[in-house]
Design a binder for this molecule. Structure first.
Ligand SMILES: O=C(O)C1=C[C@@H](OP(=O)(O)O)[C@@H](O)[C@H](O)C1
Ligand SMILES: C=C(OP(=O)(O)O)C(=O)O
Length: 450
């Protein structure tokens, strides 16, 4: 994280009693980014409750302010966004620092591609390693100009232009790339068509409809999806209630599943069918998991999760399910380490270009905690013994919030404590992670156990 130069803050998780309680997790990160961006493009005031106030989303808020939107949080916690209308953003007078956030970086590159000025972007050490060519390619084809370091990495500048609509086939299922093209297409005359090989999260499509825009989604015979977006539509402001983030709930669900006797309810969790792959997978592994009170709010499926601790079985996770649980693999690897038998997880090359190389970082930490596994080019095969792993390691989080939280969950149920070298990274997506789990019975200490 670029702005904080204080020393690392290690956090240690120790073997804990059963977890209990009824809790809420912070708001969904993907939906929070999109409410700030689309709210800034609507004509008038959008009110957002439950916005995730994690560092990634606060970067988006700061960037949208720099692009001319008026955004503030009232004393009751509701965020107010006074949008400028599609095509009415103004030139930022500073470099937009996207911190650790791939979503903020990529969506905003698409957004400014149709703006008649140059926008400069930078981020932290992790973001500077992540591939941006996947955005540069389609928006350059539409008519924008990108000046970047080699291989299209940050820092970079996007010079916007009057764009041409495109027909674009995504090489991999990526909601970030899809959304960047849709944001570029919003102020582009004509019809843009995007085909994705497998469905990726559709929050941008859902929220555009919630703001009154026309978006058509067709599922093709081979399972691919085609998204059709006519440009230059007006967005009408609409109130948004952000559900709890299923990717954050995932850590609590796995922690409860691997700690015998646990009984936890998580209220108000987003259960978009393109995000719920982890819960389906845990159920197949034998987890005692129920989904209750399913409802639709602001175009998104929401419900409550009830999870009890109990034995898990190793399984082969279907490759096609990966997009619906892409951020949950690190914590699924932890669940697999507690299961009886082999869990095979493949088709995960994308994990190598997240905040860290999540296959390599997780494999190294799991091995250090005494877990047998094989690292493949595109996945992990984990051998669970059905018993608690040894633990007892200090793991490097590599500026990756999901690595930090996954190993802390492991430490709650392993024989020896597990330390992560820097707990600050959790602020990215889950402020208050340690305190929330402590309120359920989990044992943490600041600093290293040795
Ligand atoms: O669109 C989004 O909000 C996100 C899409 C996913 O990335 P990809 O688009 O790279 O799959 C996911 O990993 C990320 O955390 C959030
Ligand atoms: C990959 C993630 O986020 P981003 O791409 O926005 O950095 C994540 O939150 O796991």
């Amino acid at each position: 994280m670029t702005s904080d130069t204080s020393p690392f803050r290690p956090v240690t998780a120790s073997r804990s009693p059963a977890l209990t309680g009824t809790v809420n997790v912070p708001g969904d990160k993907s939906i929070s980014h999109r409410s700030l961006i689309l709210g800034s493009l609507a004509t008038g005031e959008t009110r957002v409750s439950g916005l995730l106030e994690g560092e990634d989303v606060l970067r988006t808020a700061a960037a949208m302010r720099a692009l001319g939107a008026d955004i503030y949080k009232d004393p009751s916690g509701v965020w107010h966004i006074f949008g400028r209308g599609v095509g009415a953003l103004s030139e930022p007078d500073r470099v937009l620092d996207m911190g650790n956030s791939g979503t903020a970086a990529r969506l905003l590159m698409g957004l400014v591609a149709s703006c008649p000025f140059t926008t400069f972007f930078c981020g932290d050490e992790s973001l500077h390693k992540r591939p941006m060519g996947r955005i540069a390619l389609p928006i350059t084809e539409m008519g924008a100009k990108i000046s970047s370091r080699s291989e299209g990495r940050f820092p970079l500048a996007v010079t916007g232009n009057q764009l041409m609509p495109i027909e674009y086939e995504l090489p991999v299922a990526s909601a970030q790339v899809k959304s960047a093209i849709m944001l570029a297409a919003l102020d582009t005359a004509g019809i843009t068509r995007i085909t994705e090989p497998r469905p990726s999260r559709d929050h941008t499509e859902n929220m555009l409809r919630h703001f009154g825009a026309e978006v058509t989604v067709t599922t093709l015979e081979n399972g691919a999806r085609e998204i059709t977006l006519p440009g230059q539509q007006e967005l009408k402001p609409a109130d948004i209630v952000v559900p709890g983030d299923p990717s954050s709930a995932a850590f609590l669900v796995v922690a409860a599943a691997i700690l015998p006797g646990s009984d936890v309810t998580i209220l108000n969790v987003g259960l978009n069918p393109l995000r719920d792959g982890l819960f389906e997978t845990l159920a197949e592994m034998g987890a005692d998991l129920e989904v209750l009170n399913i409802r639709i709010e602001a175009g998104e499926r929401v419900g409550d999760l009830h999870i009890k601790g109990g034995p898990l079985q190793g399984i082969e996770v279907p490759v096609g399910r990966a997009p619906s649980m892409i951020d949950e693999y690190p914590v699924l690897f932890v669940a697999a380490a507690f299961a009886t038998g082999t869990t095979v997880m493949k088709g995960l090359r994308e994990l190598r270009v997240k905040e860290s190389d999540r296959l390599a970082t997780m494999a190294a930490g799991l091995k250090a905690c005494g877990i047998s596994l094989e690292e493949l080019e595109d996945g992990l095969i984990i051998e669970g013994t059905g018993k608690a792993p040894a633990g007892g390691a200090t793991v490097s989080t590599e500026l990756d919030h999901r690595i930090a939280m996954s190993f802390l969950v492991l430490g709650l149920a392993s024989d020896q404590p597990v330390t992560v070298d820097d707990g600050r990274v959790m602020e990215t997506s889950f402020p208050g992670f340690v305190q929330l789990l402590e309120s359920m019975g989990a044992l943490f200490s600041q600093g290293s156990s040795s």
